[in-house]
Design a protein around this ligand. Sequence first.
Ligand SMILES: [Zn+2]
Length: 269
Amino acid sequence: MKNNNKIFRKKVKITGNLVFETAFHIGSGKEGELATDMGVLLERDGRPILPGSSLKGNFRSFAERLAGYLGLKACLLDSDLSGVKCVSDETYRKGVYEEFKEIKQERKKLEWLQDHVCDVCSLFGSPLQASRIFFSDGLLLEWGRGLQVRDGVCIDRDTETARHGAKYDFEVVPRGAAFKITIEIENPEDYELALVGAALAEWEHGFRLGGFTSRGLGKVCFTDRKVEKTDYTDAEQLMDYLISHKMTPADSLLDKSLEDQLLNGGNHA
Ligand SMILES: [Zn+2]
């Protein structure tokens, strides 16, 4: 039985680098430093920010697309569309919420959730339970120490032609920027590690992040994967972790979980 309870049993930590092969734009929602229409997200001192929330959203969408191949269920936040009932779908949640509210015992609540949450939301979080996968903000390793400005033209949605004179410009962080990131997973089941492994492999092949990707921006690769784990139920590992945050190297953990999941046809229930 799954037992994704709140007590720490184990933790898996993945670190690596995200290296941009092109310029990228993660918008600030405001005008830019260089008086452009659309700025990028920057620290006070002008260094670019790579927010963990953007990384998580991107990674989650890969997990959603890959879940079916691993025999796992993904609701795509829309039960009608996916045919998967999950409390992340608002209509479905409203229908079953009274039933959930009536459950008093924490353990029973968790059991109920296991039957009403899809495999992706169970890991990435749903309106009724916290996420168990965490993405750090990127730690800037290198960049070109400057921003560039690109021009855009507003396209008329009806005619798909450029509206006369309707131009805008936006800032980008130049190509070559690199960030270190950390992904932590609490109490993962093997099939969840398989899903993370599959999504991470996609990231290692290269993906697009941020805005204007249809114009070729935001091409980035995940490199230098390092995986560590700790098992709190093992006295020695618990001591190492609590005293010095030392974890056990586990570089083949994700690949092994993925292989097992594919071989046993996704039988995790
Ligand atoms: Zn779901």
